[in-house]
Write a protein that binds this ligand. Structure first.
Ligand SMILES: [Zn+2]
Length: 133
């Protein structure tokens, strides 16, 4: 999951797309008793600008499975999330930094997985939780 910016620049390929599967670590799911099922599908496109900054549009798709946060029944949810990010060679506290040679997308993909997660997983919309009788 790397974009070889220097090489692509030399080849005159200033834009393109990518697609790969990524297996995140188990800790990537922040919802209790849930996990990211199988791998995360990552796709997107990049554009290399004249100042060596690189704009990336990143889309991730994955399923979360585990226990409903309210009633503990088995539950599952699909997530699709797109973010537009910029990689720069000088740290500006706002964008991702890279060395001007190649971009490693791992951190950006991990961040996208964290940002895109719902705070709870529900078996169905409006689950009322465990009924106390
Ligand atoms: Zn439920």
């Amino acid at each position: 999951m790397k974009i070889e910016v220097k090489k692509l620049n030399a080849l005159g390929k200033y834009s393109g797309s990518f697609k790969f599967d990524y297996s995140p670590s188990e800790k990537m799911c922040v919802i209790p008793l849930c996990e990211v099922k199988d791998s995360v599908k990552v796709s997107g496109s990049y554009e290399i600008y004249k100042d060596d900054s690189v704009g990336v549009i990143l889309t991730i798709e994955y399923d979360i499975s585990g226990k409903c946060s309210y009633c503990l029944k088995e539950a599952e949810k699909s997530v699709v999330f797109t973010s537009e990010i910029l990689f720069v060679t000088d740290d500006d506290d706002e964008n991702y930094i890279y060395d001007g040679i190649k971009i490693d997308l791992t951190t950006a993909v991990n961040d996208a997985i964290l940002i895109s997660q719902p705070s709870v997983l529900l078996c169905e919309a409006g689950c009322k939780g465990i009924a106390i009788t």
